[in-house]
Design a protein around this ligand. Structure first.
Ligand code: SAH
Length: 363
């Protein structure tokens, strides 16, 4: 469907206006093209059909409707998850996941980087050996192409979560540009309340983000409320202490007022962070914060054989302790375990191959 050509895309306002003048197009035509593609989730042909017939081909020669090409689609055989593998113009692969929730709602999980410099011990992306920022156009094209695929099922993306590859706050400028375009009436007109940015925890950026986008939701991948344990699994915990993270969340709460809640993600790892003492530390750490705790069963990865997920009984018990302390707590129902394994592996192998080739070329 999508064709990757290194030319400006629809989000490059200057380039679009230049082509518009050259082709003597009415601004109204362009507005309609954008509306069909970004708001009505139409196919490329339908969007281009909003231009006068003679202008369609010359417009498409100068302006690309996509910045990624769809490499592979993996549909889960177990549940309603679909993993989309996209190729960037540098040849690397990224992934987005469509989650069809039983309620009928659809969530898209997008990537903000290729690889990730945070290198958390339990995460496959961090083991990829590369970290490259995606542009806002590349982040947004994941939304456009997923919506185009979903149109055939009469579904649309309702919620957008930044929980794919990458650390969004390591790509702060492009993240903000993405959120500006996503929520702008001229482009996607997507509600900021239906967007969730998930971070490993970068205090300064969390505060800047709260000022700039007070309505967009935030998730913090905490995984432990004990400094030594957190440092064992998250290298960046040495740089940003639990105290600094708490201060940042308190400040965010002040900025946002009574509506504020933060999602606390807590990966359940056997004998590492799942004891009653760990629950007590979490309860104490969250004191005074409005939070929703999401306990995550661990998806095992090949590169971390020393980490095992907690068993169901331990997760239930941990959850019970948090609930007793009146914390809103849910256990994440994981979708797409089969495609995560199948496609996740593919992305890792392909990207490693390409990175190796790049290193050979550079050497
Ligand atoms: N860098 C951001 C967003 C990407 S990770 C962050 O750290 O939040 C999205 C979520 O998936 C995070 O909560 C992360 O901790 C979790 N995650 C990573 N590896 C996982 C694994 N093997 N099993 C389950 N969840 C995992």
């Amino acid at each position: 469907m999508a064709n990757v050509i290194p030319k400006p895309t629809l989000f490059d306002e200057q380039a679009v206006q230049k082509v518009r003048r050259e082709l003597k197009l009415d601004p109204q035509h362009l507005r309609r093209l954008r509306t069909v593609l970004l708001k009505h989730r139409g196919q490329d042909e339908a969007a281009l059909a909003e231009l006068p017939e003679g202008a369609r081909e010359p417009f498409a020669q100068h302006i690309a409707l996509h910045s990624l090409s769809l490499h592979k689609r993996c549909d889960s055989q177990q549940d309603g998850a679909t993993k989309l593998l996209f190729r960037t113009c540098t040849g690397l692969l990224i992934e987005s996941v469509i989650l069809r929730i039983a309620s009928g709602r659809t969530t898209l999980c997008v990537s903000s980087q290729v690889g990730c410099a945070a290198a958390c011990d339990f995460c496959a992306t961090g083991k990829m050996g590369v970290a490259q920022n995606l542009t806002a156009e590349e982040i947004l094209d994941q939304v456009v192409q997923a919506n185009q695929l979903l149109a055939a099922e009469d579904r649309r993306i309702r919620n957008l979560v930044f929980m794919g590859m990458g650390e969004p706050f390591h790509n702060e400028q492009q993240l903000y540009h993405t959120l500006d375009l996503l929520t702008s009436a001229e482009y996607f007109n997507h509600s900021p309340r239906r967007v969730l940015v998930s971070t490993v925890g970068i205090p300064d950026a969390m505060v800047r983000f709260a000022y700039k986008f007070p309505k967009v939701n935030l998730a913090l991948s905490l995984h432990s409320a004990r400094q030594d344990t957190r440092e064992r699994i998250i290298p960046l915990a040495k740089k940003y202490s639990l105290e600094q993270l708490r201060d940042a969340l308190m400040e965010r709460q002040k900025i946002q007022g009574t509506e504020s809640t933060v999602m606390i993600e807590y990966l359940m790892l056997a004998s590492l962070n799942d004891s009653p003492d760990d629950a007590a530390a979490l309860i104490a750490w969250l004191d005074g914060l409005r939070a929703h705790v999401n306990l995550i069963p661990c998806n095992p990865i090949d590169d971390a054989p020393h980490l095992t997920g907690s068993d169901r009984e331990t997760i239930e018990h941990f959850s019970g302790l948090l609930k007793q302390a009146r914390l809103t707590t849910t256990i994440r129902y994981s979708l797409g375990a089969d495609v995560a394994a199948a496609c996740g592996q593919l992305v890792q192998e392909k990207n490693r191959e390409i990175v190796k080739q790049l290193k050979v070329i550079q050497a």
